[in-house]
Design a protein. Structure first.
Lengths: 493, 212
């Protein structure tokens, strides 16, 4: 291990797990209240405003807690869910029926393991992909060392025999040796710290190493989130199938098709970000944005595609076809009641939280607050936590407002959007990044070039799709409206 | 009959340009609407919701709520036990047992005619009632009326079976000078309705019979 892993860090991790679990449960409960409140406001209603913390009890200690209209609602709801009869319909497949809500919650919670929710600091890596000179240095030194040279070098750098994490590139022993050598040479030439010094410094600063992630330094970070997140579809498929109900089954069928389709543009829209940063590690992705500017500025198209895919991933309106109260009577969770239903809800809202953390971390700079310097010590940590939380909250509010803004898609429209629009656009966005990274036509302004070209390609997509041949429609009908009678005169041309 | 050309409004499908094809302006426009409504609800005109127990709803005066049995000027039940209401009732929730009216009622005509019968019991099952108001329309003497009393609750089914005393109590409650429920406007509130008024040509005969 090239990180020291002390008891201190173990304790910190355990505390983080406990705190995150507790906070997520509470947040989910209150998100449901927020959802209901926002729904109400958008529809000129008041929303739940009756339950304070007195819960209707009329004797002394409770009277003090009265008058916090609505804030006690989530607790009352939770109690109600807990105390409800646990109905298991007669003809369900019991094992899968009970398993589905557990999968829904556990996958959603698991995805949170690598998502930062507060200040993080990426561990130093052996090779900084972004430094031009270093790449040149490596290229210069990529000639075989003599065996003696190699032996001596390995002896010198004995403590780093394991492949340093964070550096995905050095695949072979020799390559690693050259990288270490290049790093040392680079440090000597520029008067900076070499890798081993940076690691020592990193290990020495305990507070700096408190990462607000349950599992820091996971190099496959985002891939892990995507993989676990897409497991959530199992919950829906199993729940719908085991319920032995046609509506539920239809819901889960829709969910499986939708989730698989939207995984693709989701992953592809992220590829550009990975290419630019050179890492999948979420802490590094945030660090990069802190240094270079938020990704949303330079890859607006990818950000848009990612957000749209997230809506589909979370089964939120306008992509809530698996639930579709009006058509499918709740879809996959029609047969669920009580705590099992609540678990589905918990999973859904945890998924929402996880995805909004992800979009904030990948495109909106994570804990970074622009134009404001960093505060030292604990104050800085608190500020960063708050910034992250506020960004996440804003994004969730955006989620909720979209719900009352856009009506639900028809299933063919949903599929058309994924395969005919978003996938080509994601490819284009990836190509733009590839092109700019490779040819660097404008030098310093490359990133802004990417912004321009992404927006241009969005416009082009709209123009091109207008020119596309339209699918055949019904026989053309001329509508003749009468202001009073509403007469429709049909004339088939 | 052909529709005159001036009345015809031709509707064309709007053409979609690249702005619409991008969807984003439409989404922004939609978000503007939802957010505008939220802001108006929170800070502006407020919600349309009436918060019931604290705020009394303003019901229209022809709201059909709980029944009442009207009293005449002497405080007697006005009903003449003609069974018109229970016959008209589509829900069969009115049960009347008629009895000969007391002697003094027969000799002391109400509204110009003698009363031979009066209801010994008059029971309405308020849970079965569909509040259609047909009893009220059928009543020839405007004895039964639907008030605007809407917040009716009971702890048992038996509570909600209203007998004559209860129905008269509703009359007393709703005709108090400071009653919070407005008098119903469909009938003429205690005065004789059109059905019970004497036809102009026969009026003389009837009233003469009554007085004789």
């Amino acid at each position: 291990m090239y990180f020291e892993f002390t008891t201190f860090h173990l304790v910190v991790t355990l505390i983080l797990i406990g705190a995150l679990m507790a906070v997520i449960q509470g947040t989910c409960a209150y998100l449901i209240l927020a959802e209901r409140k926002i729904s109400a406001w958008a529809q000129d209603r008041v929303g739940p405003n009756r339950v304070g913390f007195d819960f209707g009890f009329n004797f002394f200690p409770f009277t003090l807690l009265r008058g916090m209209g609505g804030l006690g609602q989530p607790i009352a709801d939770g109690l109600k869910f807990l105390l409800k009869e646990q109905v298991i319909p007669k003809n369900v497949d019991k094992i899968f029926y009970l398993m589905a809500p557990c999968i829904a919650v556990s996958t959603a919670l698991l995805a949170l393991a690598v998502i930062p929710f507060g200040p993080t600091k990426a561990a130093p890596v052996l090779l900084d992909y972004r430094t031009e000179e270093m790449l040149a240095e490596v290229a210069k030194r990529t000639r075989p060392m003599t065996p003696e040279e190699q032996e001596r070098f390995i002896a010198e750098n004995n403590e780093y025999q394991e492949t340093p994490r964070g550096a995905a590139w050095p695949a072979t022993e020799t390559e690693k040796v050259y990288l270490l050598a290049a790093d040392a040479a680079h440090a000597r030439a520029n008067g900076t710290e070499p890798f081993r010094e940076r690691i020592k410094l990193y290990n020495s600063e305990k507070l700096d190493r408190v990462q607000f992630v349950i599992a820091p330094h996971v190099d496959i970070g985002v891939v892990f989130v995507l993989a676990i997140g897409s497991l959530a579809v199992y919950a829906i498929v199993l729940g719908g199938w085991s319920s032995n109900n046609k509506y539920s089954f239809l819901g889960s069928l829709r969910a499986s098709a939708q989730m698989i389709s939207y995984e693709i543009p989701m992953g592809m829209s992220l590829l550009g970000v990975f290419l630019i940063t050179g890492s999948l590690n979420v802490e590094r992705l945030i660090d990069y944005q802190v240094e270079q500017g938020w990704n949303v500025l330079f890859q607006p198209l990818a950000c848009l595609l990612f957000i749209v895919s997230l809506f589909a991933e979370c089964n939120r309106v306008p992509f809530d076809l698996p639930e579709a109260e009006q058509e499918l009577v709740g879809g996959f969770h029609t047969e669920y009641s009580g705590m099992k239903f609540a678990l589905f809800f918990l999973g859904e809202y945890t998924h929402m939280i996880a995805t909004s953390f992800l979009v904030v971390a990948l495109f909106f700079g994570g804990w970074h607050l622009p134009f404001v310097g960093e505060l030292p010590g604990v104050a800085g940590i608190v500020v960063k936590l708050l910034v992250f939380a506020v960004k996440m909250a804003l994004f969730i509010i955006f989620y909720m407002y979209i719900r009352w803004t856009i009506p639900r898609f028809r299933f063919d429209q949903l599929m058309g959007l994924a395969w005919k629009v978003m996938m080509p656009l994601a490819l284009i966005s990836l190509l733009i990044v590839l092109f700019v990274q490779h040819f660097r036509p404008l030098g310093e302004y490359d990133r802004w070039l990417m912004t321009g070209v992404s927006l241009l390609s969005l416009w082009l997509a709209a123009v091109v799709s207008l020119r596309m041949p339209k699918p055949p429609t019904r026989a053309p009908i001329t509508y003749v409206g009468h202001p009073i009678h509403g007469v429709r005169r049909l004339s088939v041309n | 009959m052909p529709i005159p050309e001036s009345d015809v409004k031709w509707v064309k499908t709007p053409t979609i340009g690249w702005v619409e094809q991008m969807y984003i302006p439409a989404i922004v426009e939609g978000l503007r609407t939802t957010v505008r409504h939220s802001i108006a609800t929170l800070f502006g005109s407020g919600a349309r919701t009436q918060e019931f127990p604290e705020v009394e709803p303003k019901l229209p005066a022809n709201y059909r709520g709980v029944h009442r049995l009207n009293r005449d000027e002497k405080g007697r039940v006005k009903c003449v036990a003609c069974y018109m209401c229970s016959t008209a009732c589509p829900a069969h929730c009115i049960d009347i047992v008629a009895a000969p009216a007391p002697k003094e009622w027969q000799s002391d005509p109400v509204h110009g005619y003698p009363r031979e019968k009066y209801p010994e019991t008059f029971v309405i099952d308020e849970l079965r009632c569909i509040y259609c108001g047909m009893c009220e329309q059928a009543c020839p003497v405007d004895a039964i009326e639907l008030t605007t009393l809407y917040d009716l609750t009971g702890l048992s089914r038996e509570d909600m079976i209203f007998d004559k005393e209860k129905l008269l109590a509703v009359f007393d409650e709703t005709t108090k000078p400071d009653a919070k429920y407005p008098n119903p406007i469909r009938t003429r509130s205690g005065k004789l309705g059109p059905a019970s008024e004497l036809p102009p040509d026969q009026g003389l005969t009837f009233s003469s019979t009554a007085q004789s």
